[in-house]
Ligand binder design. Sequence first.
Ligand code: CTP
Length: 478
Amino acid sequence: MISNKPMDIPCSLQERKILEKIALAAKDLRLPAYLIGGFVRDKILGRRTKDMDIVCVGDGIALAHKVAESLGDKVPVSFFKTYGTAQVKWNELEIEFVGARKESYRQESRNPEVTEGTLQDDQNRRDFTINAMAISLREEDYGSLLDPFNGMEDLEAKIIRTPLEPSQTFSDDPLRMMRAIRFASQLQFTIVPEAFAAIQENAERIRIISQERITDEFNKIMLSPKPSVGLDLLYKSGLMKIILPQMVDLVGVEMQEGKGHKDNFYHTLQVVDNIAQNTRDLWLRWAALLHDIAKPATKKFEPGHGWTFHGHDALGGKMVTRIFSKFKLPMGDKMRLVKKLVELHLRPISLTKENITDSAIRRLLFDAGDDIDGLMLLCEADITSKNRVKVKRYLENFELVRARMKEVEESDRIRNWQPPVTGEMIMEIFGLSPGRVVGELKTAIREAILDGEIPNTYDAAYAFMLEKAKSFNLTPVK
Ligand code: CTP
């Protein structure tokens, strides 16, 4: 039994079982096989992972078929002959098989010339030392770690380093520049200076990578524990300027008449980190990233007064649509949520500054609807003042707004407001066909409820409607 041999990485019983099957299949086919890449890295780090990459010296597709056969006849193999890769799904594990490769890239193309290689060749062509570690599945040294670039040491030192000359690694596959920054943010590792310099040098080459792959890495940065780490590295590397230049426009402080405004780039990064402490929701994090995106475009200096950014909320909403489209992010509900939060992000904070009327609270509940909790998280995250007293006061005021919202919602049920008297009812009562008058009556009822003129009930709305209809010379038909 191979599986009784100790392994250099901690694996569950189920993982050991599948690795043993792979080892036996490889032995049958006389193919040296290895577990390699992210799975090895994540196991050493104690992170959860479900993707296994198996590399063998020879035909990876044949090995996948042999493994699937040994797992029972219901296990399907999906394979791509052109790439020589195959995938087997078993329970929740996704296992990729590939023959060891040697790659050489040409400057003008993103597609490398691939030839068969040894394990060492395959390890050489990988992105980072921490991703190039392999576990042998051969009988003679089953379970032992094969780590030619001291990936283990780099994992311990929390360092991201390329196996070969960094400029070569990044120029070969420019997505790796995003990956380096993503790992730095996700794992809270440091990119070694020579690798970071190579990213700065090669940043322009990111243009040959598809938007989908860039977005995928960007979202992983957004989902990391402290996204500002990755976002700042994107800026400093020159990649942000290429992939999301509107963010770079936020950088810097301008002075006039001795008055400066805050650096909106670093403010934004702080807001993203703040919201990340309270939610793992990618879209709320995107809303934090884009909440001030229109500040540069709306910035004005008013002599004697200072800097203003009037309308940055509304224009910001428009920019969300453009940025989502460019990033090929979902254009449906997710985009609408981010747009809405950007448009409304000043509303709760303005409520803390004035005497709060029930009507203002009702209007906010009405406009935000079910997204009110997300909006409140964004607004709280937006408080980045260094003045502790101010922060404390704002947060306390926020609690007041929350409490008032709760009261108003309990009595008026505005959050998921449905008109107590509908357009269809109005048409039926007055014998009208669809048109302007129906719309005006509906709006008048809604405004009366939001202003607190009448309660949010059918009877009150019905009586109000009858009264209002008189000004249109309307009488009920029955
Ligand atoms: N790899 C690479 N260059 C890339 C992508 C991947 O060298 N541009 C190699 C790395 O060795 C990596 C392995 O292929 O570990 C598997 O890649 P992938 O599954 O995309 O990433 P993981 O490293 O497993 O990490 P994650 O699952 O977090 O994306």
